[in-house]
Ligand binder design. Structure first.
Ligand code: IPE
Ligand code: IPE
Ligand code: MG
Length: 250
């Protein structure tokens, strides 16, 4: 593991407005130390709260976290049940955290395959935190980027049929509003554990995101690892298809 410790002066840095995190490596983290995969998910949850607290303290406004994909239903029933139970069992912790940090928590994902218990927890979290404005935590749960685009297309088609939307006015901005949540584009996408793929995460929103792939498993993704990610982000030259004419090297 790269243990280099860095010190960042955040007051001088442009941090991402929207940070997306693919929480990956919980299982391998646990297996490496002889624990069960469930222990890895438990530890991942504790670390997620820690990472979020740090991210918002550095003025990041939006954080999206990928916690369960539509494809993760392929895993054993024991593991799936454990992750579902983690969300419902940690309801009070999540609410306390959101209230103390003044965070609006929202969910992205398909609700129809989730149990009534999970859905009621999701609705409670969203309802209790809906009035917070400055910090948003987008919890991607039973989420798939392709499913999101298909679901948006279905809603658009219905609105066209109902006469609520004129097909000629459909553009990228309007399309975005039909996604699970109306969020700004992702600026920085971090995936822990060394895997370098999106695994169906925020395909639309990551179109111009910078990607960063630290090797550490998510439970080891601490504040120093976070600082390294932000430092790397600040060094990227984001051109969005244009050319920076001010920069003499161009
Ligand atoms: C991330 O950790 C959490 C979920 C996908 C639910 P993993 O469970 O994917 O951990 P690894 O990748 O198997 O180590
Ligand atoms: C992606 O991780 C999903 C989440 C982190 C929730 P996976 O561990 O499921 O992805 P693959 O199977 O390695 O692509
Ligand atoms: Mg994984």
């Amino acid at each position: 593991m790269d243990r280099e410790v860095i010190k960042l002066d955040y007051s001088k840095m442009k941090v991402p407005n929207h940070l997306a995190i693919i929480v990956d490596g919980n299982g391998r983290w646990a297996t490496k130390q002889g624990l069960s995969r469930s222990d890895g998910h438990k530890e991942g949850f504790v670390n997620l709260m820690r990472v979020l607290k740090y991210a918002y303290s550095k003025d990041i406004k939006y954080v999206s976290a990928y916690l369960f994909s539509t494809e993760n239903f392929k895993r054993s029933k024991v593991e799936v049940d454990f992750i579902m139970g983690l969300l419902t069992g940690k309801l009070d912790d999540i609410l306390n955290f959101c209230h103390s940090e003044k965070i609006k928590a929202i969910f992205s994902g398909r609700r129809k395959n989730l149990s009534n218990k999970v859905i009621s927890v999701i609705e409670k979290i969203e309802d209790e935190t809906k009035d917070y404005e400055n910090r948003v935590f987008n919890i991607c749960f039973n989420y798939g980027g392709r499913a999101e685009i298909v679901d948006a297309t279905r809603k658009i088609t219905l609105d066209i049929d109902n006469g609520k939307l004129d097909i000629n006015s459909l553009n990228e901005e309007i399309f975005s509003k039909y996604l699970y949540q109306d969020l700004p584009p992702v600026d920085l996408m971090i995936r822990t554990s060394g895997e370098q793929r999106l695994s169906n995460f925020m395909l639309w929103q990551c179109s111009y995101a910078e990607f960063y792939f630290p090797k550490v498993y998510f439970p080891d993704f601490n504040e120093n690892e976070f600082d390294k990610a932000i430092l790397e982000y600040t060094k990227r030259d984001r051109r969005f298809g244009g050319i920076d004419y001010e920069n003499k090297s161009n």
